[in-house]
Design a protein around this ligand. Structure first.
Ligand code: C2E
Ligand code: MG
Ligand code: MG
Length: 529
């Protein structure tokens, strides 16, 4: 119409027709561009459109034919180019959201899906995010090669979705980690996870090779409108790591365990400062010679005077420190302090022994033997006045290394005692394999033993066995006179417990020692009378 109104094809307004042709190519691709060009060239500006409207002079055929060819080329080329660009963009998008080898949707995809769910599905569907670790991918890689190991996640995903046919709901987060979004509407999470475990109990097919997959699961309920996708993935990961650490198949995320974990991380990060800035305190609990009533020694028990959290008992931090390399600094600090105080007691005329608790890590790491040897030498103490308390669990992790360290410690002349004997984790075989000097009977069987005949018989049996093995015993957790009487009657050599004293400061120990010995003597006299 514009060309007609402006006088015909002789004027340059006809070039405006390229705009719709290019637009058609952009919008509808190759075919769209060509069709638009043909329509424009043949119908709109073709032989029916005059060269000069005023005279009605027709266009020469070469002119409109040439134009049709040119327009078709422009329309087609635009369509082709844009089509290719679009395809490449689609591919880039796909690559962004999918794993290059397995083609499974990636973490980004999962985050997108989760945020959609968190915003739009609120109140309609209850969902859970399940994280799956393929524990044996390393082994598969070593045996079958990395190429097959790389395609293992896809095989696992197929095993999970194959029967349900819901492909796309399994996401690959790492080489050995998958995530599945499941609906919690019909079944609780653990039931669905058990079903997935069932599906994976059969070997999966990895390029024709049947492979058994060893898996662990961590899951979290998708609390609608509450968490962010990153937070949900983090929680599912925490649950999964817990499952792996505890050797369990499935752990469901719980807020308390998360709080404990972050608390633990926080406390551990503060621990080096505690050692450096003297926040640790060493308390001592007397060990009593049951026959004489005199203090025979004292066990060093650590506490942490935390600037914000207050006074922390060892149960609140030692088990966590034990899991890390920080343990060495704790044990070294306890050794230094315990020997320093023992030296002072000896100098003050109270030649009592000092006992130090040693953990599994101390026995498997270098350094303890040398440190102890140096400090014992510096303290002028008789090595026999130093006792190391170990638990069976300290030896079970790496028995060879532990036994080697124990032999070296023993050669220093220090005493070795087995702590918490009878608490359910100790076995009789340890009594013959470990180089022991003493046995500490756990408080769980001492407490109430005077009233319960079965417990009493167990204590009696332990004492008689220890006697046969020539191992003096220390009974832990004595809280009353009746228990003390029973232990004396059964021939137990030493006792420790709240009946005598709670763990006290070194100053209290020194000042109370004489009072307390007098008190015991007076009591004995009254008892005899
Ligand atoms: P453990 O070595 O078996 O120490 C005995 C624990 O029993 C102490 O708890 C002590 O306060 C408590 N106890 C003693 N007598 C009685 C009693 O009559 N009744 C009751 N109910 N409890 C009694 P504590 O000080 O809380 O220490 C707990 C554990 O922490 C220790 O058990 C030991 O395994 C560990 N621990 C403490 N200090 C250290 C340390 O310096 N290094 C290492 N590796 N572990 C330590
Ligand atoms: Mg102990
Ligand atoms: Mg104990």
């Amino acid at each position: 119409m514009l060309v007609y109104l402006t006088g015909g094809t002789a004027h340059s307004y006809l070039h405006l027709i390229y705009i719709p042709i290019v637009l058609a190519g952009v919008s509808f691709g190759l075919e769209g561009g060509i069709i638009a060009a043909l329509f424009a060239g043949l119908v709109v500006l073709g032989p029916l459109m005059p060269l000069h409207v005023a005279t009605g002079e027709p266009q020469p055929a070469t002119s409109w034919v040439f134009r049709v060819v040119l327009m078709t080329l422009v329309g087609g080329f635009t369509g082709l180019l844009v089509g290719r660009l679009r395809k490449r963009l689609r591919r880039m998008r796909w690559n962004l959201y999918h794993h290059p080898v397995t083609q499974l949707p990636t973490r980004l995809s999962l985050e997108k899906r989760l945020s959609r769910g968190l915003h739009h599905d609120a109140g309609q569907r209850k969902q859970a995010l399940v994280m799956i670790a393929v524990n044996n991918i390393e082994t598969v890689s070593n045996i079958l090669g990395s190429q097959k190991a790389d395609s293992l996640p896809a095989a696992v995903a197929l095993a999970i979705t194959g029967r349900t046919g819901r492909s796309g709901s399994v996401y690959q987060l790492h080489t050995n980690k998958l995530a599945v979004l499941i609906s919690e509407n019909r079944q609780p999470i653990h039931v669905t996870v058990r079903r997935i475990m069932g599906l994976l109990s059969e070997p999966v097919d990895v390029e024709g090779v049947p492979v058994f997959v060893d898996t662990a699961f961590g899951s979290v309920s998708v609390a609608l409108g509450e968490s962010s996708p990153e937070e949900l993935i983090r929680k599912a990961n925490i649950a999964l790591e817990k499952a792996r650490a505890q050797g369990r198949r499935h752990v469901q995320y719980s807020r308390t365990s998360d709080d404990t974990d972050s608390d633990k991380l926080h406390l551990l990060s503060e621990f080096p400062r505690a050692v450096r800035e003297n926040e640790l305190r060493l308390y001592f609990q007397p060990k009593v010679d049951l026959q004489s009533g005199q203090i025979a020694g004292a066990e060093a028990l650590v506490r942490w005077q935390h600037p914000r959290r207050g006074f922390l008992s060892p149960g609140a931090f030692v088990p966590w420190v034990e899991e890390t390399a920080l343990m060495q600094s704790l044990t070294n600090w306890v050794v230094d302090e315990a020997l320093r105080h023992a030296g002072q007691w000896h100098e003050a005329g109270h030649p009592i022994g000092v006992a130090i608790n040693i953990s599994a890590r101390d026995l498997s790491e270098e350094g303890l033997v040398e440190h102890l040897q140096q400090r014992v030498a510096e303290s002028n103490l008789d090595p026999a006045a130093v006792e190391l308390e170990i638990t069976e669990s300290a030896v079970t992790k790496d028995p060879k290394a532990a036994l080697r360290t124990l032999a070296k410690l023993k050669s220093l002349g220090v005493m070795i005692s087995l702590d918490d004997f009878g608490d359910g984790y100790t076995s009789l075989s340890q009594l013959s394999s470990l180089p022991l000097d003493r046995l500490k009977i756990d408080q769980s069987i001492i407490r109430g033993a005077h009233e319960e005949s079965r417990k009493r018989k167990i204590v009696a049996a332990i004492l008689s066995l220890a006697h046969e093995l020539d191992l003096p015993c220390v009974a832990e957790g004595i809280e009353d006179q009746a228990t003390e009487d029973m232990l004396k009657a059964l021939g137990c050599r030493y006792g420790q417990g709240f009946y005598y004293s709670k763990p006290i400061t070194p100053a209290q120990l020194l000042s109370q020692r004489t009072d307390w010995a007098i008190h015991r003597e007076a009591e004995t006299r009254a008892h005899t009378r």
